[in-house]
Design a protein around this ligand. Structure first.
Ligand code: 13P
Length: 248
């Protein structure tokens, strides 16, 4: 079965709610007839409420807490995200892991909470440059997948995003051989953990732009992109989406 690619824009801490609305409306006007890709916008929490999106457009939160409610100042629960109409939650992003010290254990609790709330986690994994140089990439991916997905019964509603930390926001993209090899590793690990996981989306993220999207989307095992910087600009985001749409 062919997997319909996903183009997801992770806005990180960019765009106010009104800027986000204007941005989405421009994108929708330019991408009127998408048939072969799904597009996800992940604004900051403040922009999630009242987002005007319908398939093939979806919305995602960038994080959540695993508890349903309580004394957790500054946190947002899965049901709050659900109430905003979002379908996906990005979890384990490298900035959460490295800037905010999120552990695999926390990420795992979040994955399970998101699934229990009937939303879809986009679980991010990826090695640092030091880990790659020490030839630890495969070990890191295995450990992040095993720990992040511990206690999960099925991958049916899960998206995996491979984002090498050294390629995020640096302008340095992993080359196609590195992407192919990492995606093959991810597939092998997933197949070991979940024997029926061949239809799972594995996205690539890390300095994707209109100039490299065509090559990267054709790398075996790549089912779409998780995009940071280039997802903030109408022209580059529509251009990447259109490139992927046209190749399908
Ligand atoms: P860039 O596309 O800016 O490298 O960011 C990638 C990313 O972190 C998406 O989650």
């Amino acid at each position: 079965m062919k997997i319909k690619p996903i183009i997801a824009g992770n806005w990180k801490m960019h765009k106010s709610p009104s800027e986000g609305k204007t941005f989405i409306s421009s994108i929708k006007n330019l991408l009127l007839d998408l048939k072969h890709v799904s597009v996800i916008f992940a604004p900051p929490f403040t922009g999630l409420f009242d987002m005007d999106v319908m398939p093939p457009f979806y919305s995602a939160a960038q994080n959540c807490h695993w508890e349903e409610k309580g004394a957790f100042t500054g946190e947002i629960s899965v049901s709050m995200i659900q109430d905003c109409g979002a379908e996906y939650v990005i979890l384990g992003h490298s900035e959460r892991r490295h800037v905010f010290s999120e552990s695999d254990n926390w990420i795992n609790k979040k994955v399970k909470a998101v699934l229990a709330g009937e939303l879809k986690p986009i679980l991010c994994i990826g090695e640092t440059l030091d880990q790659r140089n020490a030839m630890e990439t495969d070990l890191v991916l295995k450990s992040q997948l095993e720990l992040g997905l511990s206690g999960v019964n099925s991958l049916e509603n899960i998206v995996i995003a491979y984002e090498p930390v050294w390629a995020i926001g640096t302008g340095v993209t992993a080359d196609k051989n590195q992407v192919e090899s990492a995606h093959a590793t991810v597939r092998n690990i997933l197949n070991e953990l979940f024997p029926k996981s061949e239809n799972i989306h594995v996205l690539y993220g890390g300095s994707v732009n209109p100039g490299n999207a065509e090559e990267l989307i054709q790398v075996p095992g790549v089912n779409g992109f998780l995009i940071g910087g280039a997802s903030l600009d109408v022209e580059s985001f529509t251009s990447i989406t259109q490139i992927v749409e046209n190749i399908q």
